[in-house]
Structures are given as structure tokens and as C-alpha cells.
Design a protein around this ligand. Structure first.
Ligand code: GDP
Ligand code: MG
Length: 453
């Protein structure tokens, strides 16, 4: 995954939020500091970072939490929205017949990207020709020819020809019937007059629908300066950020380009011809933040909400707590994994003793399943009056459930323990109100819903 470190640290920050029992100023300050660290490490410009986190802090502290949300979700929503701002609004790229010109400095990934784009168009059933207009670099002709062969596109070049303009003129006139013509142009070490003149001349001649600037993500914030300079020289319609795989500086490149107002159209995420992706800022951010994980968490919260709705809590804490109540509670909680998810995301997690590791939860789930089988062979009277279950009743139940009587005894022991716990809970209104608070507020289906709340 691209921007691994940034992704990990932002996810940790979100996790911290979802696991906090209280969203207070102290937590917000902590979150803001964490975000600053993560963004700076990903090479995002200092003032951009401070602006962003300043907005997060202000909004988190000042904005009232909407009725249909809760402080936790509201904070996550603010973070999501502010991060999205620095990734910019995507420009939708339409796949249709076009002349596409690629520009950029040496080694940025123009030729490779030309092949990737060709493959993109080919997949849509278009007839594609790659035109080799790089007359500067040694071996540029062969490289593009090779790339074209790789992806199955047609190739045009004039070996040894020094005038890129002549190549383009010839190439376009010979391929009038091709849907897509992709022009791979020369780079330079820096934007100079020669490069500016060369690409302006080609642009005037070819009149391309798309002029795409290819920028290597590893140049980081410098990408912004390059984007601006190229835009001044020849009107670019969008940017392709290459090599976003394996560079920690990607955050700098993405945010700096966005800051210039140039839309990012594609990202290159590897050396292979398939390693090209449309850039959609919302989708990119969701993936970065682990929207999948987030959805899981939200789904778990929803399930918890029903397992711990007011009625269940009332039932649990008021009146008699019999085996029947325990059965109902376990019935709701016996969905696979729910136990663990529940403990992970509840504020109670902080009180979670060390021995409650993963095996505790899987063991618990397994145990609940077995206990439910045992309870299924109890009579209604026994479920309501567990203290009456003794002697021959135990043997009868064990036989009915196909278990050893020691397991029935174990169940009764656990029931007594749980009953005591519930008794304690009754006396501890603080935990109870914390649990209730935790369960209140709408749980959104996913991040986008959350953002729309
Ligand atoms: N890892 C990775 N390497 C890339 C990507 N795009 C291009 N490259 C590599 O970058 C180097 C320069 O690419 P090239 O297309 O020749 O750059 P050009 O001089 O702008 O035409 C080559 O070794 C490519 O394989 C990418 O998205 N990811
Ligand atoms: Mg090249």
C-alpha cells in the first residue's frame, strides 16, 4: 500500500479516538499533535500541516456536536473532511478517443506511464498508438517500442530523427484512424527554454485533449514547484504522480500539487504496466484511513448497540437475573467475533485485564456456544429458577445436551459469577451510564455517511 507509514499513524489516531471514553480538550490536543507528526513525516509542508491541524483543533473544540452524531464520530468526521481538503477535488477523467501528451522532467516516469495509459485505453477497446517524440534521451525510441510491444499498442517513431515536431506531425498524420494517440515527449534536468519551446511547439501542432504532467512522488514538495512551472509553460490538464509506491514523501507530492490547483488524475503505484490507478481523493483517503477496518468497527458498534440497548441493560440490571436473562444476553452476544470487537471498542477496554487476550475471546465464544446447548436442554422452570438445579437434574440436563455433568456445574458456577457481576453493576451507576452513553448516537454505515452526517 502506498504511504504505509502515514496510513498506519493516521489509523492509530482514529483508533485512539474510537477507543476513548471521553473526547475532551486533552484528547483533542493529543490527536492534533499526533496528526502533525504523521503529516510532517509524510513530507507535507509545515504551514499546510499547521493550517490543517489548526482547523481540526478549532472545529473539534468549538463546533457543537450535531444531534444525530456523538463527540467521537464528530471528531473523526472533522479529521476526514480536513484531510480531504489537502487532497483536493478530483477531476473526473473520461476515457474517450483523444490525443494525450505526456510531459515532465527526466526520469519522472513518462515513458512507463505512456505504456500504462495505453493499456488503460486498450482495455476499454480503443485502438492506441504510442508516438516516440523523445529525441533527447539515448534509447528512448527502443524503450517506448518495447513498452508498446508489452501492452499490445501500436508504435510510431523515426529512428535517429532529431526533430520531435517532425515525428509528431508524421505520427499523427499516419494514425488518423487511431482512437488514442499518446505522445511521449523529451524531458530535461530542469525546465529551461529549450524544453518549454519543444513542448509548446508540439502542443500547438497536436492540439492534445489531455496534457498530462508526470511527476515522481519521491521529489516530495518540489512536485508543487514543478507543477506550477509546467503549468505556466504549457497548459496542463492534469497530473500523474508516479512512483507513489515506496516513498514516504508521497504526502508532500500530493498535497503540494493540490495546492497549485492542478488536478491529480492518476497515480503510478509500481513498475508494471498495470500499476496505474485513477486518483479519487475521497476513495484514496478512505483507503488510507482503512475505511474497511472502520466499517467493521462501526458495524460492531451497531451490533453492540442492539445487544446493549436500553431494554437489555434494564433487564440485566433490574429485577431478577436468571439463567433466562443470561441466555438472552448470550444469544445476542454469541455472534462470532462480537465479543472481542465489543471489548476492543468499549471504554471498558481500558479496564480489560491482561489475561483477556485473543484466546480469552475465542474461548468465550466457544464456551457460550456450548453453554447455550446445555441451556437448551433445561426446562423453562429451571431457567427461571437456576438455584433449583441440583443432583439428578444436573445429570438429566447433561445427558440431554450430550455433555459431562461437570460442564453443567461449570455453567452454573459461571452463572453465579455473572449474577454477582450484575449485582455490582447495579450498584455502579457510573459504569452503567458510561455504557449507555457509549451506545447512544447514530452509528454511521461508513466513512462517507459519517462525512455526510
Ligand atoms: N516503482 C515505480 N517505478 C516507476 C513508476 N513509474 C516509473 N517507474 C520507473 O522509473 C524509471 C524512469 O521511468 P521512465 O518512464 O523511463 O521515465 P521518463 O524519463 O520520464 O520517461 C523507470 O525505471 C521506471 O520503471 C512507478 O509508478 N513506480
Ligand atoms: Mg522517457
Amino acid at each position: 500500500m502506498v504511504l504505509d507509514n502515514l496510513a498506519k499513524s493516521l489509523r492509530d489516531t482514529l483508533k485512539k479516538i474510537t477507543r476513548s471514553s471521553l473526547i475532551d480538550e486533552k484528547l483533542i490536543d493529543e490527536i492534533v499533535r499526533e496528526m502533525q507528526r504523521s503529516l510532517l513525516m509524510a513530507d507535507v509542508d509545515v504551514s499546510l500541516t499547521l493550517e490543517l491541524t489548526g482547523r481540526v483543533e478549532r472545529r473539534a473544540k468549538e463546533e457543537p456536536v450535531p444531534q444525530n452524531s456523538n463527540p467521537r464520530n464528530h471528531l473523526i468526521k472533522i479529521i476526514y473532511e480536513e484531510l480531504l481538503k489537502i487532497l483536493g477535488k478530483p477531476r473526473e477523467f473520461h476515457i474517450k478517443p483523444a490525443t494525450v501528451m505526456l510531459v515532465g522532467l527526466y526520469g519522472q516516469g513518462k515513458t512507463t506511464s505512456a505504456g500504462k495509459l495505453a493499456k488503460f485505453y486498450l482495455k476499454h477497446g480503443y485502438k492506441v498508438v504510442l508516438i516516440a517524440a523523445d529525441t533527447q534521451r539515448l534509447g528512448a525510441y527502443e524503450q517506448l517500442q518495447q513498452v508498446a510491444q508489452n501492452v499490445g499498442a501500436d508504435f510510431f517513431g523515426i529512428y535517429g530523427e532529431k526533430s520531435s515536431l517532425r515525428i509528431v506531425k508524421e505520427g499523427l498524420s499516419r494514425h488518423k484512424d487511431w482512437d488514442v494517440k499518446i505522445i511521449d515527449t523529451s524531458g530535461r534536468n530542469a525546465i529551461d527554454n529549450a524544453l518549454t519551446k519543444e513542448i509548446t511547439d508540439i502542443s500547438n501542432l497536436a492540439n492534445p485533449e489531455e496534457t498530462i504532467l508526470v511527476l515522481d512522488a519521491s521529489v516530495g514538495q518540489q512536485a508543487g514547484k514543478q507543477a506550477k512551472a509546467f503549468h505556466d509553460a504549457v497548459k496542463i490538464t492534469g497530473v500523474l504522480i508516479s512512483k507513489l509506491d515506496g516513498t514516504a514523501k508521497g504526502g508532500g507530492a500530493l498535497s503540494a500539487v493540490t495546492a497549485t490547483g492542478a488536478p491529480i488524475l492518476f497515480i503510478g503505484v509500481g513498475e508494471h504496466m498495470d500499476d496505474l490507478e485513477y486518483f479519487n481523493s475521497a476513495r484514496f483517503l478512505s483507503r488510507l484511513l482503512g475505511m474497511g477496518d472502520f466499517e467493521t468497527l462501526m458495524a460492531a458498534a451497531k451490533e453492540m448497540q442492539s445487544a446493549f440497548d436500553d431494554e437489555s441493560i434494564e433487564k440485566m440490571t433490574k429485577g431478577k437475573f436468571t439463567l433466562k436473562e443470561m441466555y438472552d444476553l448470550w444469544d445476542q452476544m454469541s455472534k462470532p467475533g462480537l465479543f472481542k470487537k465489543l471489548f476492543d471498542s468499549l471504554p471498558l477496554a481500558k479496564m480489560q485485564p491482561k489475561e483477556m487476550d485473543d484466546s480469552f475471546f475465542t474461548d468465550s465464544e466457544d464456551k457460550i456456544r456450548r453453554y447455550k446447548i446445555i441451556m437448551d436442554s433445561m426446562s423453562y422452570y429451571e431457567l427461571e429458577n437456576p438455584e433449583e438445579i441440583k443432583g439428578s437434574r444436573i445429570d438429566r440436563i447433561a445427558k440431554g445436551a450430550g455433555v459431562d455433568s461437570s460442564e453443567v456445574k461449570g455453567l452454573l458456577r459461571d452463572y453465579k459469577r455473572m449474577k454477582d457481576m450484575v449485582k455490582n453493576l447495579r450498584g455502579n451507576r457510573k459504569i452503567l451510564s458510561m455504557m449507555k452513553k457509549q451506545m447512544q448516537g447514530n452509528v454511521p454505515e461508513n466513512l462517507e455517511d459519517l462525512a455526510n452526517q
